[in-house]
Design a protein around this ligand. Structure first.
Ligand SMILES: [Zn+2]
Length: 303
């Protein structure tokens, strides 16, 4: 097939991209608001109409197969969607419904996995770490997730949860997580968790980017960023001890904080089973289009 089609269903925007299969050149890319308040069927209909409109606008034939990135994952045993923070998808036969409404084959993948695949094939890895064979892609934002790519291929795992370090336990008796457990990594170092911690300490509501910008003058802000770095170090050291990746890519809004790159490696080094930690922590290159590009890459022949 000469074209690769991908759709990224996000909590706020839905994006579509078409790439030329041979060159991986992007031919078309569009985004629209996700009609999340209108419910499950509206999400599906919106994706179908975006595909039709893109084909019409670009003069391309409708695709035989579409790669779709979405939060959460399909339960292989029941066929129902699970673990999605876009909760309208949970408990629904989302993959089957997508194929029915779109009228074509769909390869559905977790959005953090698509991020990891895109950055490995098209983003920061070819540029800065072309020898890397094991890449761990981290999403550190409103939620905390991850994806594992080995030899340019996604590792999904027996339950489809490979790379989901955001729900490893980090704080005993910690905050209740949407997943039903307490003290998950996500409840400690997600953007909302850090903003909540700052509010509780200082009495002021600030966005994380503003908290990070005032660490030299605000002791509460300094404490929040110290807490983020130390907690990320402990949490990522668990991943490093299992996978020992060649490179780690830090995506998501929290991943923009400069101190993660300057102080993060030392924080990880304190907890890994080695006397040093040399793995590069890399900034992603593809911005928030990594999800849609990874989705399109799912449809590459031979994948
Ligand atoms: Zn959790």
């Amino acid at each position: 097939m000469p074209y690769l089609w991908g759709v990224d269903l996000g909590g706020t925007k839905t994006e579509i991209a078409v790439m030329e299969a041979a060159s991986l050149r992007i031919l078309e890319r569009h985004r629209a608001a996700t009609p999340v308040s209108k419910g499950y069927d509206a999400l599906l209909d919106n994706m179908a109409s975006m595909i039709r409109q893109t084909a019409d606008a670009a003069g391309l034939p409708l695709p035989d197969v579409v790669g779709v990135a979405a939060p959460g994952m399909k339960d292989f045993r029941t066929g129902l969607h699970k673990n999605s923070n876009t909760t309208a998808l949970n408990g629904r036969p989302f993959h089957d419904d997508l194929m029915r409404v779109l009228g074509r084959k769909v390869i559905l993948e977790n959005d953090a996995n698509c991020f990891a695949l895109a950055e490995t094939r098209l983003g920061v890895i070819p540029e800065f770490c072309p020898e890397a064979r094991v890449v761990f892609g981290v999403i550190l934002g409103t939620g905390v997730g991850g994806g594992l790519v080995v030899n340019d291929r996604l590792v999904r795992g027996a339950h489809g949860i490979a790379g989901e370090w955001g729900h490893n336990p980090l704080e005993e008796d910690g905050t209740l997580c949407y997943c039903g457990r307490n003290g998950c990594v996500e409840t400690v170092i997600s953007g909302p968790a850090l903003e909540q911690r700052y509010l509780a300490q200082s009495g002021h509501a600030l966005k994380l980017v503003d908290i990070a910008g005032r660490t030299s003058t605000d002791e509460h802000a300094r404490d929040i960023i110290d807490h983020l770095i130390e907690s990320m170090g402990r949490a990522l050291a668990v991943v490093v001890n299992i996978l020992d990746p060649d490179a780690i890519v830090l995506g998501g809004g929290v991943g923009n904080i400069e101190a993660l790159y300057t102080r993060g490696p030392l924080a990880i080094a304190r907890y890994v089973f080695n006397n040093r930690f040399d793995t590069p922590l890399l900034r992603p290159r593809l911005g928030d289009s990594a999800g849609v590009l990874g989705a399109a890459l799912l449809t590459e022949p031979g994948r």
